[in-house]
Design a protein around this ligand. Structure first.
Ligand code: 13P
Length: 262
């Protein structure tokens, strides 16, 4: 499907990197490198660790920066006896607008199931934020020819309770686990095939209208040198960037990929 009507979304997931002093420096440097035209062309979300959010929010508000504040995770309940957890309600109070949910590191290292991911989605939307739902296959899924089964299954469970309106405004990021932090990237054709299958599945589960509107990202070793090819695919509307988003100069080049397009 053509992506002419979907504004590209470039997201930086810092994971557990950058303390709040480093976060301020990184955002200031990025703000210096990006122009008004860049923000007109792409939406940029930044997902720092929880302890950086207040500082990032204050900086973005005070300097009227065009970055959209994001978080990496939240708990599905609004409050309660969940030591160490953070709720969607708290994030919304910090002007967080996008929340990553079901990242493969959360699924693999912290045991998040498809069912828990579904509850988190509901909570994020209840507090009027946009979820970035991550899905992805392991290398062994891929080698066994199970990529589509795994990913479409994750999408089906996550979207089971979503209205058409909720689906059309959310984001799904396809992040093949074998490509995260490894320097290996799915070929742009490969990523397009999987992402187009996700869009077709969304049309089946929800509606054609939601499938047309939903923004679908690719993630996994995205860099300034490969983003152009990834973004030239018709169903890919953006990227979720890990390692390369920690370096402001590199992340700015990623955000400005259109300037190098032939
Ligand atoms: P890398 O870009 O470091 O491969 O990480 C991708 C990712 O997991 C983003 O959420």
């Amino acid at each position: 499907m053509s992506n002419e009507t979907r504004k590209p979304l470039i997201s930086g997931n810092w994971k557990m990197n950058h303390n709040h002093f480093e976060a301020i420096q990184c955002i200031q440097k990025l703000a210096y490198l990006l122009t008004k035209d860049d923000f007109a062309a792409v939406d940029v979300t930044i997902h720092p660790p929880f302890t950086d959010l207040r500082s990032a929010q204050t900086l973005i508000d005070a300097d009227e920066l065009r970055f959209i504040l994001g978080a990496q995770h939240c708990h599905e309940a609004d409050s309660g006896a969940f030591t160490g957890e953070i709720s969607a309600q708290f994030l919304a109070k910090l002007n967080v607008r996008y929340v990553i949910v079901g990242h493969s590191e959360r699924r693999e290292l912290f045991g998040e199931t498809d069912e828990v991911v579904q509850q988190k989605l509901v909570s994020i939307q209840k507090h009027k934020m946009t979820p970035i739902l991550c899905v992805g296959e392991t290398l062994s899924d891929r080698e066994a020819g199970l990529t589509h089964d795994k990913i479409l299954g994750q999408v089906r469970t996550a979207l089971a309770k979503q209205s058409v309106e909720q689906v059309r405004s959310m984001v799904i990021a396809y992040e093949p686990i074998w490509a995260i932090g490894t320097g290996k990237t799915a070929t742009a054709d490969d990523a397009q095939r999987v992402i187009s299958a996700i869009r077709q599945e969304v049309a089946k589960i929800s509606s054609k209208m939601a499938a047309e509107a939903i923004r679908l990202q690719y993630g996994g070793s995205v860099k300034a040198s490969n983003i152009g090819e990834i973004m030239s695919q018709p169903d890919i509307d953006g990227v979720l960037v890990g390692g390369a988003s920690l370096d402001s100069a590199e992340f700015a080049r990623i955000c400005q990929y259109r300037l190098r397009a032939s």
